[in-house]
Design a protein around this ligand. Structure first.
Ligand code: SF4
Length: 232
């Protein structure tokens, strides 16, 4: 089984070019075949594209390693979507990672409502560090990012090296748009977060997410920030 180090920068670039016109299902199939148990899928149970990726992967490998970052600030609707969709999609290896600091410990160490003062630090503590642990022994990480989700994501590669986590990063849905994603969700009867029908277009922690704003602009209102630090 290839490790992340099996691929040189040139190899990853060639794969990225090759997959530019590929169907996302073919990219997922390549990832499952290539990395097998070294593959991990990051799931938020928030957005539609993440649900599509989970379904595509489960079709080929129901026991694929899936990880969820539970920040302690997830919407109840997100938790419920996870409870409903895991058996519906047929996933059998879903792992929840939490911050090493409880909500109370974070408040004691860094002050209350850290997200209102230093959301980068809050995301580092509650998302980036747990993401590192989730990928500790893995070679490749699949996520559901799309280029049409924000300006900052407009040029994301399909295949790249994620130096922060030491894995090959795959964004099989990079070239799909919102319409294609929803067609896939509805055609395959995949459960999704009900907040998406209530004006939310991007769903993260309830502290930092508002409805009624397109794309990722509803996240971290008042800050020059539209990524949590996982994908940058
Ligand atoms: S999204 Fe907000 S509450 Fe969640 S980890 Fe980041 S700053 Fe903290």
């Amino acid at each position: 089984m290839p490790t992340a180090q099996t691929f040189s920068t040139a190899d990853l670039h060639a794969l990225d070019q090759k997959f530019e016109t590929s169907d996302p299902r073919d990219i997922v199939a390549w990832a499952v075949e290539t990395f097998s148990d070294g593959l991990s899928v990051g799931a938020s149970f928030g957005g539609a594209s993440g649900m599509a990726i989970l379904h595509m992967t489960a079709q080929l490998k129901p026991n694929v390693h899936v990880f969820v970052l539970d920040t302690d600030y997830l919407f109840e609707e997100t938790q419920e979507t996870m409870r409903r969709s895991v058996p519906a999609i047929g996933l059998t290896n879903v792992n929840v990672f939490k911050s090493r600091l409880s909500h109370e410990e974070q408040a004691e160490k860094h002050g209350s409502a850290l997200w209102m003062r230093d959301p980068d630090l809050c995301c580092e503590i509650r998302k980036v560090e747990p993401n590192t642990r989730a990928l500790e022994s893995k070679s490749a990480w699949v996520s559901g990012l799309r280029r049409d989700q924000s300006e900052g994501r407009a040029n994301i590669p399909i295949v790249s090296w994620a130096p922060k986590f030491g894995v090959v990063k795959l964004n099989p849905l990079a070239n799909w748009n919102e319409k294609q994603t929803w067609e896939y969700i509805l055609q395959n009867n995949i459960p999704y977060n009900p907040l998406l029908d209530q004006g939310y277009t991007s769903i993260g922690c309830y502290n930092c997410t508002i409805p009624g704003v397109q794309g990722r602009a509803g996240r971290w209102q008042g800050f020059e920030k539209d990524e949590c630090g996982l994908h940058t």
